[in-house]
Design a protein around this ligand. Structure first.
Ligand SMILES: [Zn+2]
Ligand SMILES: [Zn+2]
Ligand SMILES: [Zn+2]
Length: 319
């Protein structure tokens, strides 16, 4: 069914989830996330739906295989939620009013705080995959929350870098990145009172945009009401720009990077959101090919300065 298998070569966990292969092909005219399906409340604004085919769950599945010293096995304990953004089937996050996006962020915050208190959960990962090219099977607007029993490797790398930078300079790595981006200016896409929107110097994807909180915060639990509203409006701002780039609803992965919830101190970390859109032009997709998948080095065949300028010039209008 599902277990964690240790890869001793890359020193990372791989989650198997063989039960996900049995996911039913849903009928085209029925959506479990729409009111009236019997699976969600008759009325809701935003809603946490517990995943029908979770990779992580509490109590966990029994691993189907026994580990050895080299090939370690752990149960996939944790939580997998689906976050329903709206009862409306045919819309997107970009098209929701700011007041509604505020409700979504309050839900992200509340669920983060709830999961953070749980002993078995070391990392709360909130994200969205959008668009068929990303592999999304359910068109109803939604995101997901994976609550991990360990700190995922990409986050661990960010933590290690931030810690090393702090020890070396006494400053926050992400605050320094923001200052450096401001000094240069060419890659700034936008900002408001509380957040900065940057297509960073080191972007892997042509339209990779990061949102940094201006205050040095680690996670949603420290957000003030004003910041929730500011984040909602800057989210809408960048998503509308994305949609207006080529005149179609722009697919992306949106990932929220917060500090871990394993009880240790991560005050050197800094809250941010990253977007990885798969398009590199109006018709061409970027694939993770040999160099990216086999060597771990991304080839970004465009200049972040040019793409940032293009995004700056694109109007944030509703399609
Ligand atoms: Zn629906
Ligand atoms: Zn900082
Ligand atoms: Zn990050």
């Amino acid at each position: 069914m599902s277990e964690l298998r240790w890869n001793p070569v890359l020193r990372e966990w791989v989650a198997t989830a063989t039960h996900r292969m049995d996911r039913p092909q849903l009928p085209k005219d029925w959506c479990p996330f729409c009111p009236g399906s019997g699976k969600v409340p008759e009325e809701y604004d935003v809603h946490i739906y517990s995943n029908d085919f979770p990779t992580f769950k509490t109590p966990p599945y029994t691993p189907i295989i026994e580990g050895t010293e080299l090939f370690q096995v752990q149960p996939s304990v944790g939580v997998c939620d689906v976050v329903l953004y709206t009862p409306e089937h045919n819309t997107t996050l970009a098209r929701l009013p700011v007041d509604h996006i505020v409700k979504l962020i309050r839900l992200w915050k509340a669920r983060f705080e709830e999961l953070a208190t749980r002993e078995e959960i070391h990392y709360v990962f909130e994200f969205e995959n959008k668009g068929e090219v990303i592999g999304v099977t359910m068109p109803h607007p939604h995101g997901q929350i994976y609550a991990f029993p360990f700190i995922p490797p990409k986050i661990q790398t960010e933590l290690d870098s931030a810690k090393a930078h702090q020890e070396r300079t006494g400053r926050c790595l992400f605050c320094d990145i923001m200052n450096e981006e401001r000094k240069d200016g060419r890659r700034i896409v936008g900002e408001n009172d509380d957040f900065l929107l940057v297509l960073p110097f080191y972007a892997r994807f042509p339209y990779e945009v990061h949102i940094f909180s201006k205050r040095h915060l680690q996670d949603f639990s420290q957000f003030e009401e004003r910041e929730i509203r500011s984040l909602a409006s800057i989210l809408k701002f960048i998503l509308l720009k994305y949609d207006n780039l080529y005149g179609f609803s722009f697919p992306y992965m949106m990932v929220i990077h917060q500090g871990p919830t394993d009880g240790a101190n991560y005050d050197y970390f800094h809250f941010h959101i990253e977007f990885y859109p798969p398009y590199r032009s109006e018709t061409k997709l970027k694939y993770l090919a040999g160099c990216e998948s086999g060597a771990g080095t991304f080839i970004n065949d465009s200049s972040p300065e040019e793409k940032a300028e293009l995004l700056r010039m694109t109007e944030p209008l509703s399609l």
